[in-house]
Each structure stands twice: as structure tokens, then as C-alpha cells.
Design a protein around this ligand. Sequence first.
Ligand SMILES: [Zn+2]
Length: 590
Amino acid sequence: MSAPRHAATAAPLHYRVEPADLNAHLWRVTLTIAAPAAPQRLSLPVWIPGSYLVREFSRHLQKLVARQDGKAVPLHQLDKCNWQAECTGSTPLVLSYEVYAYDNSVRTAWLDRDRGFFNGTSLCLRVHGQEKREHALELIAPEGTEAPWDVATGLAPAKVNKRGFGTYLAPDYDELVDCPVEMGRFWSGEFKAGGVTHRFAVAGAPASFDGERLLEDTRRICESEIRFWHGRKHPPFKQYLFMLLAVDDGYGGLEHRNSTALIASRRDLPRQGESRASEGYTTLLGLISHEYFHTWNVKRLRPAEFARYDYGHENYTQLLWFFEGFTSYYDDLFLRRCDMVDDAGYLRLLCKGINQVLQAPGREVQSVAQASYDAWIKYYRQDENTPNATISYYSKGALVALCFDLTLRAEGRTTLDAVMRALWERCKGGPMTEADFAATLKDLGGRSFSREIAAWVHGTRELPLEDLLKAHGVNVHRDPAPLQQRLGLRAADGPGGVQVKTVLRGGAAEAAGLAAGDEWIGVEAGGQAWRLTRLDDLPLYAGTQRKLVALVARDRRLIRLDLQLPAGGAVWRLSVGEARRVQAWLAGSD
Ligand SMILES: [Zn+2]
């Protein structure tokens, strides 16, 4: 397909994006600024909202040149992601560059023979001073593909062909980069929820994929979440798009205001002829529920610090326990409310999160408010010490939501559902602070909850989970802990020995002197010595012996470590005690 040489629209900023070289994974971008400043500053974001890590997308940008009236314009690079074009303000400034795209995550960009995907944060230079003006994005179809490609994006089409190639418009830079673009040969289907068309595009699906089932299950989740926030009224968007990339092994999602990009394992897709939901498919539905809930909780109702994104630096907030944690509480709760899991199944999902928190020594070191603030250098930069030093604002944040919900329900004045809706009203679906949350709790709950906020959000003491769950008809059991937890380590089996990944604070492995990176290659017990390549073989060789010697290779040295195997350790298991009470909680309150 030949490309128009001039903008199809008269937008002040026009990005022409073409898949320039599929085999080299290169996008070519031509940015035309109708009325540039003299000089004109430009930059590429260092992060993408929703994923709190400085990723420095400009490291994949190359061959940047600027021209005006066909003549080269001097371009000065100011730092790793800022440039200045020494242009005049009299005629349009044209910038062209390439972006290397070979990361199939939802956060950056991809291009190969099968598929193209990008976030504007990876491809679209920000034109300083003109961020609030209309941005046009012109998508060019690739040449030489076996079959013609289609496009899916949440951007508003201005002039596009039946496959979706052509020009889209965004009222400002924020919306441009909040609408990722998928292109290629993908499965696509639609449904209506809350009176709004929702499209689902799935790339990489095998022939067994049951698209109709995915549409129907997603529709039920969407209806349920729209009703949660707005009752019978329409949701605050005119269309919505799910983009799912199915791969051999992967999991994740990134939320946007009217779309989401997801990645999941092909094995987790629903299959034709199967009506039971596999554990993997339930996980995928949980991810869909999670990202869709973000459409309200973080993309509209959002931290006051995110009122305007600063694309050049970390944007710090203490509130991710609310925006990620509460979203994590509701994602699986909606699966229960939509009857996709039963009460026992829901409690299994909940208990997984509880055990994750209880097995992380870092919960005694870091509060969820601190974990939120440090997301940029801790949660998103995990290492062998992460479980000892940090707590997940997802897992513990969800339990904080659970504690508030169960406390409010026990006191009988309100529920967390009502608090969420009142917060939406109070903050007009926009920026919020912790004080807004506290005030809404007080308004609806009839008392101050500052003590709970201090303890659960800003403190590191254990949450009162057991009492609250029991009060709502849930039985809490303690099962013997798995071997890794008893030992206080995380490890993977390998042909050369057991590879120690993490040594947990205060555990038996730490007391023995084991360290992350060790190869645990043998064990001495009861006067015998054994080669160890599977950790699960340890009880076979140790029997009832509690005193062992671990033979460890560290930096090629062989070390003998005295290891005292502890007896105890437990993991939680939840079961339905009083069904009526459990149902009163899980059925919701609308
Ligand atoms: Zn999330």
C-alpha cells in the first residue's frame, strides 16, 4: 500500500508511523510540527504510566534528524531523552527517526513478521509546549506480509480504511500515549456492556481457542463492574478495547483509560468443547477483571500526584496500596460475584494472597505506603533480598482492602463497595489523596478510621485477618508448611544441585549460613552422605533426623554447613464455616 506524503488531517502535530523493517524490528516515525517553537524542545518519556520503573525508552531511538523546508536543522541532544531543534517558527518542522522494537511486553513496542505493537511512550516524541494540542497518528500498513494486517487501538479514528489503517486523533499527548496500538493478523470479537461496545483482539491464539466463551465471560465481568460504579448508568467511556497477546509463557497487563494490553499463556485461553474453567483460565479472567477495574481505579480516580504525569521522571505516590491493592481485592471478588468461582474457590484464591504476605519477612520491615513510594526502586527491581526488605502493595494492599471491608460490614453501617462509590463522587472520578479516603470512611462508617489506617497502611504489625474472617463465617486452618518455607529459603532444582535463590530473614537456612547463589549439592544425615539434586529428596535422606550437614558449592569452594531442620511452620487454608455469613459478604451489596 502506498502512503500519502502529506497529512490526511490538519492536526498541529502529526505522527506518521510505519513498520519500516519487520526483520530488523524497526518502526519509522515522521513527526510534523505545523507551528514549531524557535527553538523547539522534544523528549521521549522515561516511563509509562501504570508501570513504575524508569525504562528510558530513548535507548531504542536512533537516526533522529530534523528538517525545515527540506533543509537539515541542527539538533542538540540535551540529555538521555531531551533534544532541541534549532529551527525557526515560520514553517513546519519535520523530525524523523527509527525505534527498535523487540520486547513483547505490554509496556514497550514490538515489530516482526507476524505482528506490530506499540505504546506511544516508546514511539512518539513529546513536543514541549504543545502537549495540549490535537495529535494525529497516521498508521501505515506494512509491505510484503503474507496476509493483510488489521489494526486495533482505543484512539478515535478520523480517516481509516476497513482494516483500520489511516489516521487517528487524540485531543492531547496524554491520550495519544494512553492508547497502545496492535496490528497484525489477530482474532477479534465484540460485545456490548453498559450500552458501550467492547472489542476483544487476541493475537497468537491456537486453533483450539474458544473466542465466544472469552467474549461472554468478559462481558459478564464488565457488566458487573460497570454496575458496581454506576448502577444502570453508562460507563465514562464511549468504547473499550481488550488487546491480548497469547504466548507460550507470560502473564501481565497494563491499564489505560479505554483499553488494556494483556499478555497470557496460550494454555490459559478457554478451549472449544470445554465448559469447565481451568485454573489458568480463572487466572486470566482475574487479570481481565483487574485491568478493567483500573479503568476507574487509577486511570480516573487516581493519586493526586498523577493529576498530571511527568514523563521525564519518577512520579512518586504513597497510594499504590489503594490503587493496586484494592483493585487486587476486587478482581477476584468480581469472579465470585459473576459466579465464575464458588465460595470455596474464592477462598482458595484469597488464601493464596494471604500466604504470600505471611511468607514475606519484609512485611515487618516495610509498610504498604512505603512500598508504594519505593515501587520505582524496589517492587520493580526485585532481587534476592526482595522478600526480606519489601512487601507487595498488591498482595498486602488487597488484604488491607479485605480488612476494611470486613470491619465495615461487621459494624453494619456500610461496606467497602459504598466507600469506593462515595470516593468516586467525592473526587469526581479524578485525583484523590489519603485524606479523601479517610474522610469517606468516616462519613459512611460513622467513626474515624485513623487508627486502622495508621496500623494497616503505615504500620508493619500483622493484620487482624483471622478474627475478621472468623466473624464472617470463614474457618481458618493451619496446614504443615512446605519444605522450602520450613527451611526459610527459595530454591530451584537443577542438574548440578539445588540452586538457592533467596534466604529468608530469620529462617533455618539463614542460621546455617546458606546464601543466595549457593549450589546445595549434598547432605549428610545419620552417618550417611548423599548427593542432592532435588530439594524434595531431602526428607528421603534425612528421615527423622533434625541435625544435618548441607554440602554447598559457593564460588567453586566446597563448604559444610550445620543445618537444624525446624519442626514447625504452617500455611493457612480457608474453608466455608457459616455459608450464610460468607455469602452475605461475597454477594456484594448492589
Ligand atoms: Zn494493577
